[in-house]
Design a protein around this ligand. Structure first.
Ligand code: XMP
Length: 416
């Protein structure tokens, strides 16, 4: 079945995701689009019931005033204008805001609350079958939540036409798993040697991933599609016309231009919590679905600046200790994401009575619903001290631990 949808047009607001999520919370599907949607684009979209023009103060982007295209105004769909100067004004109170939204979505647009995971899965299975036909698909399976859910969805849709490949790019967490993987550690680290700029690092990792997959696909023959666990925040944060890129997610802005595959990205319109709900609905076990997220570029974005093998090892070892201690304290699955970062700076310290000049480890532990905003997890101070003690004594090259207490915004969850 095709779902009803409400379009959120981005006229310079910083709260497009929040609005889309609020509409989805009402059971109605919503997507974010640029302000200048064309007539053709509008006509090609199924199920549109209404449009919200979501502007910032005065709808100004980079000093230039913007407006929706004529096609939008002439579309005949109910339109709600939210820009602090038009009517109706947007209520500050959350209950009133949701009531105003309900009135628009259900009364003005007559949308049906038919957005749920069963329908989503049924639609995606149909869409994947239509896209892929009898061809073969290669899935970049990292073992994280998103790619595992994509695997489950693809197996349901096309079964044996799917082959999963796990690439060890040398930037992975320590893990005990039976995985068939391509060992590409050296080629990734060689390509990254001396590269300190975070955006360049992400792009190199993204491009190298694709090269490895192309090589694997050639060995398998007949692979035309590459499936990825891209999710909606990856796309939103990689930038739209009016929203500046926060960072290039390796699977979106980091893709090479001469990509030889067609992409299959069934989760690209889902927020993280919806990906988990999808995984649950597909019958995946909790320990897979509620696993904490791990960025595609791996520990590469946690070994700040130019990556070196010894500092990467310090990230990996400290991360393993942190995860072990959180598990021991029953925090696994309770704190949304926690990890360590090692910057490329050194400070003076004392280890075993001797002067040391070593790196600090930064610890970040955050809670969030959808990774778009996040708050710092409040933790037991005794546990924090124990972790500091273990990391400074067990991880070589480290003499200091810093705890990151910055919410998102202003800091993103990852450091790069
Ligand atoms: P940020 O740092 O953008 O992170 O606040 C939000 C969430 O996304 C994860 N993350 C990524 N995931 N590819 C991914 O698959 C990426 O390039 C990437 N960058 C960040 C991050 O770990 C957090 O959960």
């Amino acid at each position: 079945m095709k779902q009803d949808r409400i379009l959120v047009l981005d006229l310079g607001s910083e709260e497009n995701s929040r609005l889309a999520r609020e509409i989805r919370a009402l059971g109605v599907y919503s997507e974010i689009y640029p302000h200048d949607l064309s007539k053709e684009q509008l006509e090609a979209m199924p199920g549109v019931k209404g449009i919200i023009l979501n502007g910032g103060p005065n709808r100004v982007v980079d000093g230039v005033e913007i407006d929706a295209s004529n096609a939008v105004y002439l579309s005949g769909y109910p339109i709600l204008c939210v820009d602090h100067k038009g009517e109706p004004a947007w209520p500050a109170d959350q209950n009133e805001r949701m009531n105003a939204l309900k009135a628009f979505v259900f009364d003005a647009c007559k949308a049906e609350a038919n957005w749920n995971m069963e329908n989503f899965i049924a639609d995606q299975v149909e869409a994947i079958r239509a896209q892929v036909g009898d061809k073969k698909v290669l899935l970049a399976l990292s073992g994280g939540v998103d790619s595992s859910v994509v695997a489950a969805l693809l197996i349901r849709a096309i079964g044996k036409q799917l082959t999963c490949v796990h690439v060890n790019h040398g930037l992975l967490r320590k893990m005990d798993a039976n995985l068939i993987y391509v060992d590409a550690v050296d080629r990734f680290l060689d390509k990254l040697q001396g590269v300190a700029d975070p955006e360049k690092k992400r792009k190199i990792i993204g491009a190298e991933f694709i090269r490895v997959f192309e090589e694997e696909a050639r060995k398998l023959e007949g692979i035309e599609f590459l499936a990825q666990g891209t999710i909606y925040p990856d796309i939103i944060e990689s930038g739209t016309k009016t929203v500046k890129a926060v960072k290039s997610h390796h699977n979106v802005g980091g893709l090479p231009e001469d990509l030889k595959f067609q992409l299959v990205e069934p989760l690209k319109m889902l927020f993280k919590d919806e990906v988990r709900a999808c995984g649950k609905a597909l019958g995946l076990p909790d320990n897979m679905v509620y696993r904490q997220p791990f960025p595609g570029p791996g520990l590469g974005v946690r070994c700040l600046g130019a990556i070196t093998r010894d500092r990467l090892e310090a990230v990996r070892e400290s991360d393993a200790i942190l995860r072990e201690e959180f598990a021991k304290n029953g925090l696994e699955g309770k704190v949304w994401q926690y990890f360590t970062v090692v910057p490329d700076i050194k400070s003076t310290g004392i280890i075993d009575g001797k002067r040391s000049f070593d790196w600090p480890v930064i610890i970040r532990a955050v809670n969030t619903v959808d990774a778009v905003t996040a708050e710092v997890a409040q933790l037991d101070f005794g546990m924090m001290q124990h972790i500091v003690d273990r990391i400074t004594h067990e991880v070589s090259g480290v003499n200091r631990v810093l705890w990151d207490l910055t919410p998102k915004p202003t800091g993103t969850i990852e450091w790069e």
